[in-house]
Design a protein around this ligand. Structure first.
Ligand code: AKG
Ligand code: FE2
Length: 278
């Protein structure tokens, strides 16, 4: 894993067969197996709801911090298990003596991890200015979720079959991630970037909606440490690029910035001119 600078994994959810299948990523609705529409589940758990506007996007997201239905709860536990396995492999690959150094943070009962559902309505059709014949109607693309990196440790994303997710390469090219309800997409978050002292770099991503017929729906598990946990670069990786901070401090700083800002810049120990992702 020496020079690996960012991690985008697509992993097959078959190992999470039961829990994963009991929540389907059907565009019509996230339906749990016992027949209850997730909208019903929201009645119990609608702790937070956010909407993106302007440059940040046009998504609606639903945060599920609490236990809601067995299916959702099983799913969260299963993806947390997957996140922990991946983090243990990351630690192993970095030759860290304590393999659970990262995963223990999201296993902690006080962990600030959360689960979110995003809904992106279809992009409206626009008439081609030069040829108004209906066959040349095209879907205009619009920002569903603006460019950003996830602040947490690791994100496990699953979507329906509607395209839109893109990641940014080091050459600043936006690459589409093919939508596949049978795959998970795994993103390194800012906290893991700091803890690995930049060996793993949080993936910048965004959602551009082009589909004029179907809604994109996605669900994300964001694995995060407890608010009072210290995020510090591994000591044997020199030079140390980031100051230590608590997850609570980092969240507060993140809220004071815009979605697309490089939050970790606030915690750098020294200036690196070239790489914008440091
Ligand atoms: O909906 C998606 O595909 C991505 C959403 C996302 O990046 C996020 O919620 O942080
Ligand atoms: Fe994200």
């Amino acid at each position: 894993m020496g020079e690996l600078e960012y991690l985008l994994l697509q992993t097959n959810p078959h190992s999470i067969s039961q829990a994963s299948n009991s929540i389907s990523a059907n565009p019509a609705s996230f339906r749990v197996r016992d027949g209850h529409d997730l909208a019903v589940v929201f009645l119990y758990v609608r702790i937070g709801i956010g909407t993106g506007t302007g440059t940040e996007g046009i998504f609606t997201n639903y945060y599920l911090y609490l236990f809601c239905s067995c299916a959702v709860n099983d799913y969260i536990q299963s993806v947390r298990g997957l996140a922990c396995e991946i983090l243990d492999l990351v630690a192993e690959g970095l030759w860290v003596p304590d393999k659970s150094v990262f995963s223990s943070l999201i296993r902690d009962v006080q962990s600030d991890s959360c689960f979110r559902l995003n809904h992106y309505p279809p992009a409206p059709m626009t008439l081609n200015k030069w040829d108004p014949s209906p066959s040349l109607n095209t879907a205009s693309s619009r920002v569903g979720f603006g460019e950003h990196s996830d602040p947490q440790i690791l994100t496990i994303l699953r979507s329906n079959d509607v395209e839109g997710l893109q990641i940014c390469t080091h050459d600043e090219l936006w690459v589409p991630v093919p939508p596949d309800p049978n795959q998970f997409c795994v993103f390194v978050g800012d906290a893991l970037q700091a803890m690995t002292n930049g060996r793993f770099v949080s993936a910048r991503h965004r959602v551009l909606i082009t589909n004029s017929v179907k809604s994109r729906m996605s669900m994300m598990y964001f694995g995060a440490p407890p608010l009072n946990a210290w995020i510090s670069p591994l000591p044997d990786h020199k030079p140390i690029l980031y100051k230590s901070f608590t997850w609570g401090e980092f969240k507060k700083a993140a809220y004071s910035l815009r979605l697309g800002d490089y939050r970790l810049n606030l915690f750098k120990t020294r200036t690196i001119d070239k790489a914008p992702w440091y």
